[in-house]
Design a protein around this ligand. Structure first.
Ligand code: PLP
Length: 386
């Protein structure tokens, strides 16, 4: 990749964050320890959540949160087909059956009316995905959950810093899982967080995120605090976050609101200029009050007007030094989901249509105005030269 290449995403790491990692490396304690503890306290405060657990990734967090529901064979979890496959895989790995409900064509988030229609006597949970950092319409979802006694595990991988009706995602509701992968709004390299209002879920997840090891002092008269004084209540995973990762996260979280301001500015510039292009359909805001975290900027190609396929568009942009992503292919059409659950083209037409046309344009806090201008100009030239 040339130095001038403009990627679709790039983390912004301050000297303070890099120095914190170096301090951590030199401290002699690099795995889970004091920095993870501090990062968890910061997360709890930022999210205004009663419990915040740092984990190895959002995938791990979703897996743990769903395992806490103790799904039985045949139990169903309703989710969006327009998501990264990690959301759906986690349902299967936790022993559940993913059931898809189609999305709203304007916001690309799961449609609460379609959720309502998908509820069966086997439904145990709903997993909305806050696509691109735009909060899903949660009120009707929590109403459906209350009516049918369902849990709600929000896939908030894109949504740290987003608000739904004046409340931060993570500060209310049931359980939310955030991602700190390098292309997300804050990063710890790899990493994630479970926020929950359910104390039992928090206890269970903190137990099985690290081998099922239980050091509850209630079980031990542990005056000597010896390392081998623990019980194993059940077999757990190795889903802990390291202090090296938390060292980055502590500093990233301090900058999150500024990052989102910058992302918002850039997204608004895209919206203002690109609205003139007939080759694009732009993302639309829902009517309810919200703050978008702008993890991704995702217009749709109007393929009947572009005269080139999406792949040709992405290749042309790459040849001009600009990275374009695709988020996401409709999850129900991957071969495992087709074969196991008999899904086929046409099952969720809105998600399928959008997944064929969607592109993610460069959006990250350090994207300069000149780089954004170059991105827009290049797109216009590509559309006009066809
Ligand atoms: C919607 C969604 N859910 C879950 C994940 C998984 O996150 P992680 O990479 O932290 O496991 C991602 C990652 O891109 C995602 O986009």
């Amino acid at each position: 990749m040339s130095d001038n290449f403009i990627p679709f995403s790039r983390p912004s790491l301050s000297d303070a964050a890099i120095n914190e990692v170096v301090d951590c490396l030199q401290s002699g304690w690099i795995t889970t320890g004091p920095r993870v503890k501090q990062f968890e306290t910061q997360l709890k405060d930022y999210l205004r959540a009663p419990h915040a657990l740092a984990v190895a990734s959002a995938t791990a967090g979703l897996h743990l949160a769903l395992l806490a529901l103790r799904l039985q064979p045949g139990d169903e979890v309703i989710t969006s087909p327009l998501t990264f496959v990690a959301s759906v895989n986690a349902i299967v790995l936790a022993g559940g059956k993913p059931v898809f409900a189609d999305i709203d064509p304007h916001t690309f988030n799961i449609d609460p009316q379609k959720i309502k229609a998908a509820v069966t006597p086997h439904t145990k949970a709903i997993m909305p995905v806050h696509f691109a950092g735009l909060p899903t319409d949660l009120d009707p979802i929590y109403t459906i959950a209350e009516q049918h006694n369902l849990r709600v595990i929000e896939d908030a991988a894109h949504a740290i810093g987003a608000y739904y009706k004046d409340q931060p995602i993570g500060s209310f509701g049931d359980t939310q899982v955030f991602s700190f992968h390098p292309n997300k709004n804050i990063t710890t390299g790899e990493g994630g967080c479970i926020a929950t209002h359910d104390e039992d879920l928090a206890t269970f997840a903190s137990l099985i995120r690290f081998h099922g090891i239980d050091r509850d002092p209630a079980n031990y008269n542990d005056k000597q605090q010896l390392n081998h004084h623990y019980d194993v209540a059940l077999p757990g995973f190795k889903y802990n976050m390291m202090d090296i990762q938390a060292a980055l996260g502590m500093h990233q979280l301090n900058r999150l609101d500024d990052f989102i301001d910058k992302r918002t500015e850039l997204a608004e510039s895209y919206q203002a200029i690109l609205t003139q292009l007939p080759e694009l359909t732009l993302p639309q805001a829902p009517k309810y009050n919200h703050k978008h975290a702008w993890h991704l900027y995702t217009p749709l190609l109007n393929l009947e007007r572009t005269k080139l396929t999406r792949d040709q568009f992405i290749i042309s942009m790459r040849e001009c030094g600009i990275g374009v992503g695709v988020h996401f292919q409709a999850a129900h059409l991957y071969s495992f989901y087709r074969q196991r659950y008999d899904h086929k083209e046409g099952d969720f037409p809105i998600a399928e249509d959008i997944s064929k046309r969607i592109v993610s344009l460069p959006l990250f806090p350090d994207l300069s105005v000149a780089q954004q201008d170059k991105t827009i100009e290049t797109m216009i030239n590509i559309f006009r030269s066809k």
